[in-house]
Design a protein around this ligand. Structure first.
Ligand code: SDX
Length: 393
């Protein structure tokens, strides 16, 4: 401590705000959105219902969710001028870099988004446009990575089906809607939808606290999520599991590497700042892996390696002492892969799921008129020094 400043690097013991959106109990492994358990929501709700719940605070009636879908449908097209710089990205540039840039650029097309004192209607329109265009932008990024033509939204489809259709259909053949896949995709997006004051959400809040517009605030959150210690972990997990598979599946060797302090390697998808027990989302996704892959008739050797890795780590004192358990990223990539997504798209899918949560948190921060975020520091640099003219240095 120095004077009245308490140093808390990583904000491990700092409550940044009061929030009514998501409740998280790391000891008991409990996660609730607006008081509803994620087990219930993942099982019974659609992703669009949960997006509505997070942003407006209540589960929508049938009429409300239909109106929400209709509002979104009016705005799923992206301004054609966005293509000018979208086409400028090299086809293999990382999807998260493209997504962050494209989302930020939306403010250039929709000036009403820039007004720091938006009317309720202006804010509502800004939110609806972002939810609507995110699916189109994400599907465009995927098509570009293949060098394929982009698809346009089909408003007769629901939010998630429209996204999957834009992503996987071709001018040559329609996307074959598989209810098992659509249901699992809704579940995955719901499980990623919010997670209280994690790194990317805190970023969205602090950028928004300067009265910055929603699009630029969300763009900053996408950048924070990109990091392999955060949302980027879902891509890193599959790359790690593939490496272990190529290395003969010797999970004990890799668990030993993860424990070796001289080795920078960490078990990706393991550990969590808050969950000191099983991440409840990981439990649901692990079960969905078994159910969905069986229904799809897929036998993915990487899933077996993941389960073996989990079993070895959960019986290893190093991990048990540190309360390191699989987190949301440990199994999610196995499902994304089964749906046909390449690993570099996984974190963008995390962002698609987290979008309603980020929006809800930004909106709450505005409604609560939170002050601009500006933490202090403990200075440990040089004391007073005299300036030495250049010729004397
Ligand atoms: C997400 O915050 C959120 O809610 C995030 C998220 C969300 O929904 O928004 O849940 C999504 O980001 C999940 C986390 C995805 N990241 C990974 O899977 C990357 C691997 N995990 C770690 O890097 C780590 O566990 C973090 C980043 C998740 C948490 O880091 P902390 O809380 O700062 O913990 P730490 O790094 O201080 O680790 C504590 C100890 C250390 O050992 P000691 O110094 O005490 O000896 O545990 C060790 C660490 O070395 N450790 C690991 C480890 N994670 C922590 N050792 C090996 N493998 C790991 N994965």
């Amino acid at each position: 401590q120095s004077g009245y400043i308490t140093l808390d690097s990583g904000f491990k013991n700092t409550g940044a705000t009061k929030s009514a959106i998501t409740f998280l109990d790391g000891e008991k492994g409990i996660l609730k959105y607006r008081g509803y358990s994620i087990e219930d929501l993942a099982e019974k709700a659609s992703f669009l219902e949960v997006a509505y719940l997070l942003i407006y605070g209540e589960l929508p009636t049938k009429a409300q969710v239909e109106n929400f879908q209709n509002q979104i449908n009016k705005h799923t097209l992206v301004h054609e001028d966005m293509k000018k710089f979208f086409d400028g990205f090299p086809s293999k540039s990382h999807p998260m870099g493209q997504l962050s840039s494209l989302v930020c650029s939306l403010s250039a097309f929709y000036p009403e988004s820039l007004n720091p004192n938006q009317s309720k209607e202006e804010q509502e329109l800004t939110i609806i446009k972002l939810l609507a265009k995110m699916t189109t932008i994400v599907s465009w990024i995927y098509k570009k990575s293949l060098g394929h033509p982009v698809n346009y939204p089909q408003n007769r489809l629901d939010y998630v089906t429209n996204f999957m259709s834009m992503t996987f259909s071709y001018t040559t053949e329609e996307y074959e809607v598989d209810p098992v896949v659509i249901d699992a995709m809704n579940k995955l997006l719901i499980l990623h939808a919010d997670h209280e004051q994690n790194c990317s959400t805190s970023t969205v809040r602090i950028v928004g606290s300067s009265d910055c517009n929603l699009y630029a605030s969300i763009s900053a959150g996408i950048s924070a999520l990109w990091g392999p210690l955060h949302g980027g972990a879902n891509q890193a997990v599959i790359e790690m599991l593939e490496k272990i598979k190529e290395d003969g599946g010797d999970v004990e060797k890799w668990v030993a590497k993860a424990k070796d302090k001289n080795d920078p390697f960490r078990l990706m998808g393991f550990g969590h700042r808050v969950y000191k027990n099983f991440d409840p989302r990981a439990k649901i996704i692990k079960k969905a892996c078994d159910d969905v892959l069986a229904k799809m008739g897929i036998n993915d050797p990487v899933l077996d390696i993941a389960k073996k890795l989990e079993a070895v780590a959960l019986n290893d004192p190093y991990f048990v002492e540190r309360k390191l358990y699989p987190n949301v990223d440990f199994y999610s990539g196995i499902l994304y892969r089964a749906f046909g997504f390449p690993t570099e798209m996984f974190t963008v899918l995390f962002a698609l799921g987290r979008l309603p949560g980020w929006i809800a948190q930004w909106k709450e921060m505005k409604e609560n008129r939170e002050p601009i975020g500006r933490p202090r520091q403990i200075y440990v640099g040089e004391k007073d020094r005299e300036y030495i003219p250049l010729e004397n240095r």
